[in-house]
Design a protein around this ligand. Structure first.
Ligand SMILES: [Zn+2]
Ligand SMILES: [Zn+2]
Length: 387
């Protein structure tokens, strides 16, 4: 059973349970559910539903692969209510000093210093996005991936997303919680800010999921290119040999070499088309998890500048959120601080301009280099169909 079908089974089981179904796993790699009336209607499914998630199906089960329409049916079920799924989770308070020590050990800025100014019990909102991707070249690959942000500061929560999602879908853990007042929660991001963040966050995650697929494709392409090259090289060498020995008709051999050259170029172009990669990414679902956190406030200093940054420790995952990258919204890697606005970014967001070599902050200047005016290429996104 692949990872993605495994995750799909867990996702389906959690969702069905959340919607009031009784769910039991059945082997191999399936589940059996008893659906209440409204859920039968919403999913256009019988009262007793058996789904299989791997190649081998349990007896009498419907196939719920990623290619089937089950993902859409689940999505419709949730979207039909015109809202995001929303959950609240409370948390146990960590021992005194615990979070401060974790911050001291884990938070490092390459070109700035910080001090811890405050620690408090607080609430936050995490947005979790579930995406489906379809990649097509000579082969097809589909899968699900998910990522999310903490709305207080844009920290990417990839390292703890499974735990947060499990908590969000575990009704028992959320029932007893009194939801905090809206004033205690970080505000909604504007549609523009959210779109920008998701658009920038997607390519890296898609690439990570497609790494193996792309490598396999590259190997097949290289192998085919080599084969074609060898074949035409053979033809060419033979003609050259004949030319050198002045055997046969020289003009004809020259024409033959030219024709082989053209055919070779055409074959290479065909191969490039055959292995051309198209990736489509669709948002399946957005979940919102409201969670209690321990919030530390960092005061970050760079040269004469100073800014405050809230950073949350999440008691469900028992982890500190990664420092945000306010440019690419990645979770991993080191962070630097920009001179002008003290943006926190991964080094790629402060990379030298390929034309003039000047390092600059991509949050401050998203479109062009402030020194020479070279435009930032957006080509990657539109080519892979991610926008
Ligand atoms: Zn430049
Ligand atoms: Zn900046």
């Amino acid at each position: 059973m692949t990872d993605s079908s495994n995750r799909f089974r867990t996702f389906a089981a959690q969702l069905l349970e959340h919607e009031g179904a009784l769910v039991e796993p059945v082997e191999p790699h399936g589940l059996e559910a008893m659906l209440p009336g409204n859920l039968q209607q919403a999913l256009r499914a019988p009262e007793f539903l058996r789904l299989g998630f791997a190649a081998e199906l349990p007896a009498g089960a419907e196939r719920a692969s990623l290619e089937s329409d089950w993902l859409e049916r689940f999505g419709e079920l949730l979207d039909g209510r015109g809202r995001r799924l929303k959950f609240a989770a409370s948390a146990t308070v960590p021992p005194l000093g615990h979070v401060e020590r974790i911050v001291e050990h884990n938070v490092a800025l390459q070109n700035a210093v910080y001090r811890l100014s405050q620690i408090e019990q607080a609430w936050t909102r995490y947005l979790i996005f579930i995406f489906r991707y379809t990649a097509i070249s000579d082969e097809k690959r589909e899968g699900i991936f998910r990522f999310g942000f903490n709305l207080i500061n844009g920290s990417a929560i990839d390292p703890m997303i499974d735990q947060l999602l499990a908590a969000a879908l575990d009704e028992g853990a959320t029932e007893t919680v009194t939801k905090p007042a809206a004033s205690q929660l970080p505000a909604d991001w504007t549609a523009e800010k959210l779109k920008k963040a998701v658009t920038r966050a997607l390519p890296v995650r898609v690439r990570a999921h497609l790494g193996q697929f792309v490598n396999g494709m590259q190997r097949r392409l290289d192998r085919d290119l080599e084969r074609v090259h060898e074949y035409f090289n053979g033809l060419r060498e033979e003609s050259w040999r004949k030319l050198k020995k002045q055997k046969g008709d020289a003009a004809r051999e020259r024409l033959r070499i030219e024709a082989a050259e053209r055919e070779y170029q055409a074959k290479v172009a065909d191969l490039k088309q055959k292995y051309d990669l198209r990736v489509n990414v669709e948002l399946v679902q957005t979940l919102e998890l409201i969670s209690q956190v321990q919030r530390v406030t960092l005061v970050i200093k760079r040269r004469k500048g100073e800014r405050k940054l809230p950073l949350d420790w999440n008691p469900i995952a028992r982890q500190l959120d990664p420092l945000p990258c306010e440019w690419s919204f990645v979770a991993e890697g080191p962070r630097v601080v920009c001179d002008d606005q003290l943006h926190i970014i991964s080094p790629a967001g402060h990379a030298p301009c390929p034309q003039c070599g000047r390092e600059y902050c991509r949050v401050c200047s998203p479109r062009r280099c402030p020194k020479c005016g070279r435009e930032e290429s957006q080509a990657v996104d539109s080519k892979s169909g991610l926008v």
